[in-house]
Design a binder for this molecule. Structure first.
Ligand code: SAH
Length: 339
């Protein structure tokens, strides 16, 4: 049988949207694996100053495949009305070409100083000291290609402290939670309101052997003191949210900052430049100070910090340091209210 290859060349942001479209129309088993992403633009040092990304999908060259091709091309046309995309390239391939074609396009992606994101079947070629995150293409957002994810990973790499308790809100593929666990977090709670993301993230935790440090579940901001949360930290040393500015502002209004331990840090990303003042105002209203800003293109990420002491604030402080978490030994800290 022959195959139809549709490919689109774009930047990281466009790649997330095109991959999502390919996965939506042309999902493989269990709704995964419809998009193949090739990353180019590496310089001589293996760095990626200006990623050039090609996203491909493969359809059988049958009547059904051709009908799907038409729907995909229509979908791409609609996408191109809101995001600049070139014309898709279409070619027909023989079975033998296709069998190896899709895996051949993948390459590991370096982020920050030590993080390497690679599909699980590729020997990563990682250097000693590198932190390898194995991520297979899936439906959930969070391949590491989007600038907002990369900015989060950079802040996480710089600011995570060993043993930190970490809350990853809107985990998507689980990429940030996995990175936190591999960089030395004591315990990570990863939540997402999308059940597909929860399932994909759980699989990715297992592939990365961090399921004993990270718990992934359906939901949004944990409710402090609820029966369900009894066995978890009640405050967090580090909270990461890579969603959109309006969702972030909403979460801050709902009391997200009160879940930070004294001196705790908040990584916020997914903020396009014109919306940054709203996020800055919401942080200020919560008495959080922005101590670092990173920018790539129009996308901004903030690192904000909670003061060690806020006058008249009732803190919950852990009685002990969080122990490192292993399958058999993780036991939650107990908490006492400050006077
Ligand atoms: N953390 C990943 C994925 C970010 S995409 C990364 O950095 O690449 C944002 C994710 O947030 C999506 O999976 C979406 O389902 C989820 N989400 C959106 N609103 C949310 C909310 N209010 N609470 C929790 N998750 C949310």
């Amino acid at each position: 049988m022959n195959w139809i290859e549709i490919s689109v060349c774009c930047d990281g942001e466009g790649a997330e949207a095109v991959s999502e479209l390919f996965n939506r129309y042309n999902a493989g088993q269990e709704g995964r694996g419809g998009a193949v992403v090739e990353i180019g633009g590496f310089d001589a040092l293996g760095e990626l100053p200006q990623p050039i990304i090609t996203v491909r999908t493969y359809l059988p060259a049958s009547e059904e495949g051709k009908a799907l091709q038409q729907r995909i091309e229509e979908g791409l046309w609609h996408l191109a009305q809101i995001y600049p995309l070139p014309e898709p390239q279409v070619q027909e391939l023989a079975e033998t070409d296709w069998a190896e074609a899709w895996k051949a396009h993948y390459r590991p992606l370096r982020v920050g100083q030590r993080l390497v994101i690679t599909p699980s079947w590729l020997a990563s070629g990682a250097a000693p000291g590198d932190v390898v995150i194995k991520l297979d293409p899936g439906m959930a957002f969070g391949s590491g290609l989007h600038p907002s994810t990369r900015l989060c990973l950079m802040l996480l790499e710089q600011h995570l402290r060993p043993g930190d308790s970490v809350l990853d809100l809107g985990t998507g593929s689980g990429i940030l939670a996995i990175a936190a666990a591999k960089l030395g977090a004591g315990f990570v709670l990863a939540r997402d309101i999308d059940p597909v993301a929860v399932k994909v993230a759980q699989e990715n935790l297992e592939v990365n052997s961090v399921a004993h440090v990270v718990r992934v579940e359906d939901g949004s901001v944990p409710v402090r003191g609820s029966e369900h949360e009894t066995f978890e930290p009640q405050t967090w040393n580090l909270i990461m949210v890579n969603i959109l500015a309006d969702v972030i502002v909403n979460l801050l209004d709902q009391g997200l900052a009160t879940l930070l331990a004294p001196g705790g840090r908040l990584i916020l990303s997914g903020i396009i430049q014109p919306r940054a003042p709203e996020v800055e105002a919401a942080l200020q209203a919560c008495q959080l100070t922005i101590i670092e800003r990173l920018q790539e293109g129009d996308w901004l990420a903030f690192l904000a910090e909670c003061p060690l002491l806020i006058p008249d604030h009732q803190y919950l402080v852990p009685d002990t340091h969080l122990p490192p978490c292993t399958v058999s030994s993780y036991s939650p800290p107990s908490f006492r209210a400050t006077e």
